[in-house]
Design a protein around this ligand. Structure first.
Ligand code: FE2
Length: 292
Protein backbone atom coordinates (compact mmCIF):
# COMPACT_ATOMS: atom_id res chain seq x y z
CA UNK A 1 0.00 0.00 0.00
CA UNK A 2 1.37 3.40 -0.96
CA UNK A 3 0.35 6.43 1.05
CA UNK A 4 -0.31 9.58 -0.92
CA UNK A 5 1.28 12.83 0.21
CA UNK A 6 1.09 16.43 -0.95
CA UNK A 7 2.63 16.83 -4.41
CA UNK A 8 1.94 20.49 -5.13
CA UNK A 9 -0.41 23.30 -4.20
CA UNK A 10 -2.69 25.23 -6.56
CA UNK A 11 -3.52 28.47 -4.72
CA UNK A 12 -6.96 30.03 -5.16
CA UNK A 13 -7.26 33.45 -6.78
CA UNK A 14 -10.06 35.94 -6.23
CA UNK A 15 -12.09 36.38 -9.39
CA UNK A 16 -15.66 36.96 -10.50
CA UNK A 17 -17.96 35.12 -12.88
CA UNK A 18 -21.58 35.16 -14.03
CA UNK A 19 -23.02 38.66 -13.60
CA UNK A 20 -20.35 39.59 -11.06
CA UNK A 21 -20.37 36.85 -8.42
CA UNK A 22 -17.19 37.03 -6.35
CA UNK A 23 -15.42 33.72 -5.86
CA UNK A 24 -12.06 32.03 -5.43
CA UNK A 25 -10.80 29.82 -8.26
CA UNK A 26 -8.02 27.29 -7.73
CA UNK A 27 -8.08 24.58 -10.40
CA UNK A 28 -8.65 26.32 -13.73
CA UNK A 29 -7.47 29.74 -12.53
CA UNK A 30 -4.60 29.62 -14.98
CA UNK A 31 -5.79 29.02 -18.51
CA UNK A 32 -4.74 25.66 -19.86
CA UNK A 33 -3.62 24.27 -16.49
CA UNK A 34 -6.11 21.58 -15.57
CA UNK A 35 -5.97 18.68 -13.17
CA UNK A 36 -7.30 15.93 -15.45
CA UNK A 37 -10.24 15.14 -15.22
CA UNK A 38 -10.97 18.32 -13.23
CA UNK A 39 -11.28 21.54 -15.22
CA UNK A 40 -12.18 24.04 -12.52
CA UNK A 41 -12.90 24.42 -8.81
CA UNK A 42 -14.63 27.58 -7.61
CA UNK A 43 -15.29 28.34 -3.95
CA UNK A 44 -17.86 31.03 -3.27
CA UNK A 45 -18.35 32.30 0.26
CA UNK A 46 -19.59 35.64 1.50
CA UNK A 47 -22.01 37.32 3.90
CA UNK A 48 -22.33 40.30 1.57
CA UNK A 49 -25.30 40.05 -0.85
CA UNK A 50 -23.50 42.46 -3.21
CA UNK A 51 -20.98 39.67 -3.87
CA UNK A 52 -23.59 37.16 -5.10
CA UNK A 53 -26.94 38.81 -5.75
CA UNK A 54 -26.45 39.19 -9.53
CA UNK A 55 -26.06 35.40 -9.82
CA UNK A 56 -25.40 33.53 -13.05
CA UNK A 57 -28.05 34.52 -15.64
CA UNK A 58 -28.76 32.22 -18.60
CA UNK A 59 -25.57 30.72 -20.02
CA UNK A 60 -24.64 27.55 -21.94
CA UNK A 61 -22.40 24.57 -21.19
CA UNK A 62 -21.21 21.75 -23.46
CA UNK A 63 -18.80 18.84 -23.07
CA UNK A 64 -18.44 18.32 -19.30
CA UNK A 65 -20.21 18.05 -15.93
CA UNK A 66 -20.81 20.70 -13.28
CA UNK A 67 -21.19 19.75 -9.61
CA UNK A 68 -22.54 22.46 -7.31
CA UNK A 69 -22.32 21.85 -3.56
CA UNK A 70 -24.04 24.38 -1.31
CA UNK A 71 -22.76 24.82 2.24
CA UNK A 72 -24.91 27.84 3.11
CA UNK A 73 -27.60 29.72 1.22
CA UNK A 74 -30.07 28.92 -1.54
CA UNK A 75 -29.74 28.98 -5.32
CA UNK A 76 -32.22 28.11 -8.05
CA UNK A 77 -31.36 26.34 -11.31
CA UNK A 78 -33.63 26.83 -14.35
CA UNK A 79 -32.79 25.27 -17.68
CA UNK A 80 -33.95 25.17 -21.31
CA UNK A 81 -35.83 21.91 -20.69
CA UNK A 82 -38.05 23.64 -18.14
CA UNK A 83 -36.37 22.05 -15.13
CA UNK A 84 -36.41 24.11 -11.95
CA UNK A 85 -34.26 22.95 -9.05
CA UNK A 86 -33.83 24.60 -5.67
CA UNK A 87 -30.49 24.04 -4.03
CA UNK A 88 -30.42 24.48 -0.25
CA UNK A 89 -27.75 24.20 2.46
CA UNK A 90 -25.89 20.89 2.23
CA UNK A 91 -27.49 20.05 -1.14
CA UNK A 92 -25.79 19.12 -4.40
CA UNK A 93 -26.68 19.52 -8.04
CA UNK A 94 -24.92 17.09 -10.37
CA UNK A 95 -25.36 18.23 -13.96
CA UNK A 96 -24.02 16.50 -17.06
CA UNK A 97 -24.09 19.19 -19.71
CA UNK A 98 -23.19 16.70 -22.45
CA UNK A 99 -24.34 18.07 -25.82
CA UNK A 100 -25.72 21.20 -24.22
CA UNK A 101 -27.51 22.89 -21.38
CA UNK A 102 -28.62 26.50 -21.19
CA UNK A 103 -29.38 27.40 -17.61
CA UNK A 104 -29.37 30.11 -14.99
CA UNK A 105 -28.14 29.79 -11.41
CA UNK A 106 -29.66 32.56 -9.31
CA UNK A 107 -29.69 33.25 -5.56
CA UNK A 108 -32.99 32.58 -3.74
CA UNK A 109 -32.13 35.01 -0.98
CA UNK A 110 -31.48 38.73 -0.67
CA UNK A 111 -29.38 38.62 2.47
CA UNK A 112 -27.34 36.22 4.55
CA UNK A 113 -24.47 33.92 3.83
CA UNK A 114 -23.93 32.17 0.50
CA UNK A 115 -21.20 29.56 0.48
CA UNK A 116 -20.29 26.49 -1.54
CA UNK A 117 -18.34 25.02 -4.42
CA UNK A 118 -18.68 24.45 -8.12
CA UNK A 119 -16.51 21.73 -9.63
CA UNK A 120 -16.22 21.07 -13.38
CA UNK A 121 -15.43 17.48 -14.37
CA UNK A 122 -14.46 16.79 -17.97
CA UNK A 123 -16.13 14.14 -20.13
CA UNK A 124 -14.29 11.82 -22.54
CA UNK A 125 -14.77 12.49 -26.29
CA UNK A 126 -17.27 9.65 -26.65
CA UNK A 127 -19.55 11.23 -23.99
CA UNK A 128 -19.27 14.92 -24.77
CA UNK A 129 -22.35 14.93 -26.99
CA UNK A 130 -24.58 12.70 -24.89
CA UNK A 131 -27.96 14.09 -23.81
CA UNK A 132 -27.96 16.52 -20.88
CA UNK A 133 -28.82 15.06 -17.47
CA UNK A 134 -29.06 16.52 -14.04
CA UNK A 135 -29.98 15.52 -10.54
CA UNK A 136 -30.77 17.65 -7.49
CA UNK A 137 -29.69 15.90 -4.32
CA UNK A 138 -31.03 17.42 -1.09
CA UNK A 139 -28.88 17.35 2.06
CA UNK A 140 -31.12 14.60 3.49
CA UNK A 141 -29.92 12.21 0.76
CA UNK A 142 -26.22 12.78 1.44
CA UNK A 143 -25.02 10.38 4.13
CA UNK A 144 -23.00 11.85 7.01
CA UNK A 145 -21.05 9.43 9.18
CA UNK A 146 -19.34 10.17 12.49
CA UNK A 147 -15.62 9.46 12.74
CA UNK A 148 -14.11 7.56 15.70
CA UNK A 149 -11.82 10.47 16.69
CA UNK A 150 -14.60 13.05 16.32
CA UNK A 151 -15.80 14.86 13.23
CA UNK A 152 -17.92 13.79 10.29
CA UNK A 153 -17.53 12.61 6.72
CA UNK A 154 -20.26 13.38 4.18
CA UNK A 155 -20.24 11.28 1.02
CA UNK A 156 -21.47 13.03 -2.12
CA UNK A 157 -19.90 10.64 -4.64
CA UNK A 158 -18.10 7.33 -4.25
CA UNK A 159 -17.64 5.29 -1.10
CA UNK A 160 -15.77 5.58 2.18
CA UNK A 161 -15.06 3.05 4.90
CA UNK A 162 -15.37 4.12 8.55
CA UNK A 163 -14.50 1.19 10.82
CA UNK A 164 -16.90 -1.58 9.80
CA UNK A 165 -19.29 0.81 8.04
CA UNK A 166 -19.25 1.22 4.27
CA UNK A 167 -20.81 4.57 3.40
CA UNK A 168 -21.81 5.27 -0.21
CA UNK A 169 -22.92 8.58 -1.63
CA UNK A 170 -25.89 9.20 -3.91
CA UNK A 171 -23.58 9.48 -6.93
CA UNK A 172 -22.22 5.97 -6.98
CA UNK A 173 -22.61 2.82 -9.08
CA UNK A 174 -25.10 1.34 -9.84
CA UNK A 175 -27.24 4.51 -9.66
CA UNK A 176 -24.62 6.47 -11.56
CA UNK A 177 -21.83 4.94 -13.59
CA UNK A 178 -19.55 7.76 -14.56
CA UNK A 179 -16.43 7.08 -16.58
CA UNK A 180 -14.36 9.36 -14.33
CA UNK A 181 -15.45 7.30 -11.27
CA UNK A 182 -15.63 10.39 -9.03
CA UNK A 183 -15.06 10.49 -5.28
CA UNK A 184 -16.34 13.60 -3.47
CA UNK A 185 -16.15 13.77 0.33
CA UNK A 186 -16.72 16.67 2.72
CA UNK A 187 -14.80 16.39 5.99
CA UNK A 188 -15.39 18.17 9.28
CA UNK A 189 -12.46 17.43 11.60
CA UNK A 190 -11.86 18.73 15.13
CA UNK A 191 -8.31 19.71 16.12
CA UNK A 192 -5.89 16.82 15.65
CA UNK A 193 -8.48 14.39 14.27
CA UNK A 194 -7.46 11.97 11.52
CA UNK A 195 -9.22 10.67 8.45
CA UNK A 196 -8.05 7.93 6.10
CA UNK A 197 -9.39 7.19 2.65
CA UNK A 198 -8.62 4.56 0.05
CA UNK A 199 -8.29 6.10 -3.44
CA UNK A 200 -7.84 4.07 -6.63
CA UNK A 201 -4.19 4.19 -7.67
CA UNK A 202 -5.10 5.48 -11.16
CA UNK A 203 -7.17 8.38 -9.78
CA UNK A 204 -6.13 12.02 -9.71
CA UNK A 205 -6.85 13.33 -6.19
CA UNK A 206 -6.77 16.63 -4.34
CA UNK A 207 -7.84 18.14 -1.03
CA UNK A 208 -9.15 21.68 -0.52
CA UNK A 209 -9.38 22.93 3.08
CA UNK A 210 -11.98 25.69 3.18
CA UNK A 211 -11.62 26.25 6.94
CA UNK A 212 -8.50 25.67 9.01
CA UNK A 213 -5.50 23.68 7.92
CA UNK A 214 -4.86 20.01 7.30
CA UNK A 215 -1.68 17.98 7.28
CA UNK A 216 -1.52 15.43 4.49
CA UNK A 217 0.45 12.21 4.89
CA UNK A 218 2.23 10.75 7.84
CA UNK A 219 5.66 10.84 9.50
CA UNK A 220 8.50 12.39 7.50
CA UNK A 221 6.29 12.76 4.40
CA UNK A 222 3.63 14.82 6.21
CA UNK A 223 3.04 18.28 4.72
CA UNK A 224 0.70 21.09 5.75
CA UNK A 225 -1.81 22.37 3.21
CA UNK A 226 -2.69 26.07 3.42
CA UNK A 227 -6.34 27.09 3.76
CA UNK A 228 -8.23 27.79 0.50
CA UNK A 229 -5.82 26.05 -1.84
CA UNK A 230 -6.08 22.79 -3.77
CA UNK A 231 -3.48 20.30 -2.58
CA UNK A 232 -2.74 17.81 -5.35
CA UNK A 233 -1.80 14.37 -4.04
CA UNK A 234 1.07 12.13 -5.14
CA UNK A 235 0.20 8.74 -6.67
CA UNK A 236 -0.75 5.99 -4.23
CA UNK A 237 -3.76 4.12 -2.99
CA UNK A 238 -4.56 5.71 0.36
CA UNK A 239 -4.36 9.13 2.02
CA UNK A 240 -4.28 10.24 5.63
CA UNK A 241 -5.49 13.71 6.59
CA UNK A 242 -4.99 15.29 10.01
CA UNK A 243 -6.68 18.50 11.13
CA UNK A 244 -4.53 21.35 12.42
CA UNK A 245 -4.80 22.92 15.89
CA UNK A 246 -8.01 24.83 15.06
CA UNK A 247 -9.75 21.92 13.35
CA UNK A 248 -10.57 21.91 9.66
CA UNK A 249 -13.25 21.56 7.03
CA UNK A 250 -12.09 20.18 3.72
CA UNK A 251 -13.28 18.47 0.56
CA UNK A 252 -11.43 15.44 -0.77
CA UNK A 253 -12.05 14.90 -4.48
CA UNK A 254 -10.71 12.25 -6.87
CA UNK A 255 -11.43 10.98 -10.37
CA UNK A 256 -9.95 8.98 -13.23
CA UNK A 257 -8.00 11.11 -15.73
CA UNK A 258 -9.29 11.20 -19.32
CA UNK A 259 -5.93 11.85 -21.07
CA UNK A 260 -7.36 13.56 -24.16
CA UNK A 261 -6.63 16.99 -25.69
CA UNK A 262 -8.66 19.80 -24.12
CA UNK A 263 -9.80 22.88 -26.02
CA UNK A 264 -11.82 25.31 -23.89
CA UNK A 265 -13.72 28.40 -24.88
CA UNK A 266 -15.47 29.67 -21.75
CA UNK A 267 -18.31 27.25 -20.96
CA UNK A 268 -17.54 24.92 -23.90
CA UNK A 269 -14.90 22.23 -23.33
CA UNK A 270 -14.19 19.96 -26.31
CA UNK A 271 -11.27 18.06 -27.85
CA UNK A 272 -10.63 20.18 -30.96
CA UNK A 273 -10.92 23.75 -32.16
CA UNK A 274 -13.41 22.65 -34.84
CA UNK A 275 -15.71 21.23 -32.13
CA UNK A 276 -15.54 24.54 -30.26
CA UNK A 277 -16.44 26.44 -33.44
CA UNK A 278 -19.35 24.03 -33.91
CA UNK A 279 -20.51 24.64 -30.31
CA UNK A 280 -20.47 28.42 -30.89
CA UNK A 281 -22.44 27.99 -34.16
CA UNK A 282 -24.93 25.68 -32.41
CA UNK A 283 -25.38 28.18 -29.58
CA UNK A 284 -25.85 31.08 -31.98
CA UNK A 285 -28.40 29.25 -34.13
CA UNK A 286 -30.30 27.85 -31.16
CA UNK A 287 -29.44 24.16 -31.63
CA UNK A 288 -26.80 23.74 -28.88
CA UNK A 289 -29.19 22.17 -26.42
CA UNK A 290 -31.53 20.43 -28.88
CA UNK A 291 -31.46 16.65 -28.92
CA UNK A 292 -30.11 15.56 -32.31
FE1 FE2 B 1 -23.61 27.05 -15.21
Amino acid sequence: MTTRTLQHVIPSMPTSDGAGVKLRRSIGAQRGLYLDPFLMLDEFGTDNPGDYIAGFPAHPHRGFETVTYMLDGRMQHRDHLGNVGDLGPGGVQWMTAGRGVIHSEMPLQESGRMRGFQLWINLPAREKMKPAWYRDIPASEIPAHGLPGGGTVKVIAGTTQVGDATVSGPINPPTATLSTDPLYLDLVLPAGAHFEQAIGSMHTAFIYAYEGQVVIGDGAAAKALPTQAAGVLTPGDTVRVTAGPNGARAVLIAGLPIREPIVQYGPFVMNTREEIEQAIRDYNDGTLAKVA
